[in-house]
Design a protein around this ligand. Structure first.
Ligand code: GDP
Ligand code: IMO
Ligand code: MG
Length: 442
């Protein structure tokens, strides 16, 4: 058995936007390293502290804590334009970044023509569109799997420009066959050529950051006894294999994704922190059994400020769905639960929770495989709301009794304890269960 520590994993249990970024930021003082393992700029992780708000897309959410090593793992896909813009927005001194931000050489690059293809392929799907963030994620991972992609390390090799041109021409040929020319497209408000220019500029810039082999970097840190937190993007129900395919993203968002995207052996995984919202949201298309189309859904959207961090799109809102959470807990091996946005329900007189699906007289208590409960209707338990403001800090045991009942129902159903509750967007708005912390479990 190898000595050293195990890496903890923190990931989303729903359709993304569970508040992962905020929780990683809260946890970071207890870790030496925070490592993103998949996804790319489709993610939007919001951090709030000292009355400032930051939205991170590709950079790990430990970046604002001095001394923390932030790693962009081999499983992540990088758009140099977005990445370098993000670096600027951090407002951190260059020498500090040189010591705190590390990118894996194996990370694949999202080319401007990947973004173009994302647009074209979504357009082609018509009503069956996925609702992609259009950041080029699908096409970039497609090339990775097809063994035709370009990695960050390739940028330092001699034939890079030719390889880039060859791949781009392939993409343009495909786009043209579907009736599109580059001249027609705008990416991030720029024409294709301008975006390409910004892309090469961004690539030069990110190449000045320290490059590592993330599997070696992370495992060696663990060997030396460092605490490592693997940060997931998106959510379990958007997983390429276990989400509601095809309405998913193009990577493994689950615990196993941390093994693949960072080169961690399964035996090196420690705690798995599963983050979920006190209700559900989803951006983009695909099944959503507890979605609300009425005034109540509107209320959740407004109270929860449910508009996409990456695209600004209104998020679809609905009640908490326990059968799908049970599925997510199973797939990820969740050891500790974290519930966010409890405060959004503060003024709800009554709150519904889906405790099963019903189909032809049959009661189903776990999301069916394929994450698509079409033809099934949710069975709700109605609970009394707590109708009061929540404390920003302290212990979970001090929360109103109605909220404690809500937690108990969830814990009994899932068989995992909720150790941490988030009561607002700020890093100080966090409650722990008595006797537990980030590190110690009783
Ligand atoms: P992520 O993608 O999982 O990191 O989540 P996002 O940042 O996309 O979305 C979560 C949103 O909820 C952000 O605007 C956060 O600032 C905010 N947020 C996080 N935790 C809480 C909470 O406990 N209460 C409230 N009201 N907002 C929260
Ligand atoms: P974070 O990390 C919520 C959704 C998109 C779309 C589908 C595919 O902030 O939780 P893609 O751009 O990957 O081709 O989109 O996945 N999606 C997210 N939804 N949060 C995210 O990330 C998401 N990343 C992708 O809306 O439905
Ligand atoms: Mg988000």
């Amino acid at each position: 058995m190898r000595e050293g520590k195990k890496a903890d994993v923190l990931l989303g249990l729903q359709w993304g936007d569970e508040g992962k970024g905020k929780i990683v930021d809260v946890f970071t003082p207890h870790y030496k390293m925070v490592a993103r393992f998949q996804g790319g700029p489709n993610a939007g992780h919001t951090l709030e502290f000292e009355e400032k708000k930051y939205i991170l897309h590709s950079i790990p959410s430990g970046i604002f804590h001095r001394g923390c090593l932030n790693v962009v793992g081999s499983g992540v896909v990088i758009d140099p334009v977005i990445f370098s813009r993000e670096i600027d927005q951090l407002g951190l001194p260059v020498d500090e970044l040189q010591q705190s931000l590390f990118i894996c050489r194996k990370a694949h690059l999202i080319l401007p023509s990947h973004r173009m293809l994302d647009l074209v392929l979504e357009w082609q799907k018509g009503n069956a569109k996925i609702g992609s963030t259009l950041k080029g994620i699908g096409p970039a991972y497609t090339d990775k799997i097809a063994r035709t992609g370009l990695r960050l390390a390739d940028a330092a090799t001699e034939g890079f420009n030719e390889k880039y041109q060859r791949l781009k021409q392939e993409h343009l040929r495909l786009a043209k066959s579907l009736g599109f020319e580059t001249a027609e497209l705008q990416i991030e408000g720029m024409g294709f050529d301008a975006y390409e220019q910004a892309w090469f500029g961004g690539l030069q810039r990110i190449r000045t950051l320290p490059q590592v082999n993330s599997e070696v970097f992370v495992n060696e840190a663990l060997d030396k006894g460092a605490r490592v937190l693997a940060e997931g993007a998106q959510g379990t129900l958007l997983d390429i294999d276990f989400g509601s395919y095809p309405y998913v993203t193009s990577s493994n968002t689950i615990t196993a994704g941390a093994c693949v995207g960072l080169g961690l052996a399964p035996s090196r995984i420690g705690e798995v922190f599963g983050v979920f919202k006190a209700y559900c949201t989803r951006v983009g298309s695909g099944p959503f059994p507890t979605e609300l189309f009425d005034e109540q859904g509107e209320r959740l959207r407004e109270e929860g400020k449910e508009y996409g961090s990456t695209t600004g799109r209104p998020r679809r809102c609905g009640w908490l769905d326990l059968p799908s959470l049970r599925y997510a807990v199973m797939i990820n091996g969740v050891s500790r639960l974290i519930m966010t946005k409890a405060d959004v329900l503060n003024q709800m007189e009554s709150i519904k929770v889906c405790v099963a699906y019903e189909s032809g007289g049959e009661r189903i208590e776990m999301l069916p495989s394929g994450a698509d409960p079409s033809g099934m209707s949710p069975v709700y338990r109605e609970m009394k709301g707590w109708m009061s403001e929540l404390k920003d800090a302290g212990i979970v045991e001090d929360l109103p009794v109605e909220l404690q009942d809500y937690l108990e129902l969830i814990e009994d159903f899932l068989g995992v304890r909720i150790d941490i509750i988030s009561t607002g967007p700020d890093r100080n708005q966090i409650l722990f269960r008595k006797g537990t912390g980030v590190v110690n479990r009783v």
